[in-house]
Design a binder for this molecule. Structure first.
Ligand SMILES: [Zn+2]
Length: 117
């Protein structure tokens, strides 16, 4: 059964388009020594700065290096992802509200409840 796009669906798709791209995880700037032997920076104790994106995938925590050019986009993606999660949660409730049938007056079938009456 194909359902027509509801006002709720159209509004959601429009909002999602305005919150592109989404991402889920966290972004952090870290300073670490590298693996090169006799690296001048590491010998001075300066280490190397890098952006790292940490995320969960298949139940495992993973991380990827991110270029400093990409970091702002990813930060925006994480904010978008948080918005999307909150929006999807609210949408579940809105879906129930939207499909709620108006209560019938008189003569309507009694709603059967499970469990104790
Ligand atoms: Zn180094």
């Amino acid at each position: 059964m194909k359902e027509e796009a509801t006002a709720l669906q159209r509004a959601f798709l429009k909002e999602v388009a305005a919150h592109w791209p989404p991402a889920k995880g966290s972004l952090a700037f870290v300073r670490r020594p590298c693996i090169r032997a006799n690296c001048p920076a590491c010998l001075r104790g300066d280490k190397h700065g890098a952006w790292i994106f940490t995320f969960r995938q298949g139940g495992r925590q993973r991380c990827r290096y991110v270029s400093k050019e990409l970091a702002p986009l990813l930060r925006r993606g994480i904010a978008n992802g948080r918005w999307l999660e909150a929006r999807v949660t609210a949408l579940g409730v809105a879906l129930i509200e939207e499909r709620r049938r108006p209560a019938r007056r008189g003569g309507g079938r009694a709603v059967k409840r499970q469990g104790r009456a």
